[in-house]
Write a protein that binds this ligand. Sequence first.
Ligand code: TXE
Length: 489
Amino acid sequence: MIRRFQHFINGHSTPPNSGEWIDSINPATGAVWAQIARGNKADVDLAVEAALTASQQPDWRDSAANRSEILHGIADRLDSEHKQLIEIEINDNGKRIREVAAQMAGLGGWYRHFALALAKMEVEELTLDLEGVSAHLELIPYGVIGAITAWNSPLMIAAWKVAPALAGGNAVIIKPSEMASASTVLFAEVLSDVVPDGLINVVTGYGDEVGAEIVDADAVKKVSFTGSEIGGSKVATTAAKHVKPSTLELGGKSPQIVFADADLESAINGVMSGIFLSNGQSCVAGSRLIIHDEIRGAFVERLKEKLDGLHFGNPLREDTDIGPIANEAQFDKILSMVDRARQEGATIAAGGSKKVVPGFENGFFMEPTILENVSPYAEIWRKEVFGPVLCVHSFSNKEEAITLANDSDYGLAAGIWTTDEGFASEIASKIDSGTVYINHYRSVSACAPVGGIKKSGYGRELGPNAIRDFMQEKVIWNGKVGVPDPFAR
Ligand code: TXE
């Protein structure tokens, strides 16, 4: 019997209005393991109504103390119950258990962070350049927030949106990716007796059937989106039509710049983690290795040695290093991009093909791939692959390295590897990117904003302004002295 995951609306599991279901494929086996509800406008309307009602309750909207307590309750529940979410998410996206277990163990922490941050927020008295009046700033919730998420880390991406949105006094409607919705549905169910009805709703289904309806709904006042450039552009277009703000996190083509004086073992590990963890299916994947020509050959050889030792297999096993690509569409996309790269003159230094894993012959496994002789004009150098494909290009001086790094439509993250701290800061200041890592890669913290420039999107998640980003500013002016007659002569 295949498990079915319904929508979660107004505190209850809710069947799809359409009566239709979408198969969820386990990418390790290629077999259907579950079904999710195929949502439509009627389901979205129900969720919008529930969220609107919940967001207007005075003990939610106007009581930061109450909200903080509920967020602490969510954090505690996730601390104790997160383990049941691990296998569900792996069945959907094939990410290996060591990565998913770490993400899930940290899930409660995102909610706790914003519970504490909310408790510290104060009414802001404004310093004015006027006499006879004073003013202070109030922050008011938007009301209903649309949170559209991707399949690579569904619950972590949701946490970055849901935790600050709730802290800001809003209700949310989450639309997880149709490729990996189950963990988000179960997450809402696990919290059902901790969160008042209607504050967290999950409507599953296709982007153009459910996501588009959420963005189009009048009562949804802000949308936070993580996904493709095309999806983000559609979301922003519809949001603009309604004069509602959107935040877009759209991935990238992040450079890893390795200078000749780098601590090579660290740089090798950092480059490996940047592109081969999560099979490169990460928004900050360090997919372009820009390396000093003196060390290129030895560096690539060392990367190949490291790849040789990796163990492919069941993502649910602790000893698996490389699991499957998350879904067939992504698998096909990666392989066809590698094929086109070959045709454009790239040479394969490692990998490049489908991997047949005994016991998982129908799974979407792919060899971690290193491409050399990649032209900076080639599609594989310029477009996001979102897979385990590292493109290598060497440089002979720092100007060339900076030009190569910045010659991209994207600007999400970058890595710099050198033992000269002053030089690292100089290079960092010249890189066009929302995040620059020096001598490490991938740190993420609720205290630091995440987001991109150029086609990597706009707006930020996390960081000191995360709650404010889900609230609107309202100024209250106070007259301190009597008002003179405006027409007095
Ligand atoms: O993205 P989509 P897909 C990139 C990556 C990947 C490619 C395609 O390169 O190969 O995008 O992935 C919803 N209105 N990233 O097809 O379609 C959709 O249902 C409203 C980078 O999965 O953008 C899902 O919930 N919503 C990335 C979400 O958008 C819409 C993470 C993302 O799906 C919609 C994922 C619409 N018109 C993919 N169309 C990152 N930033 O890290 C789709 N959706």
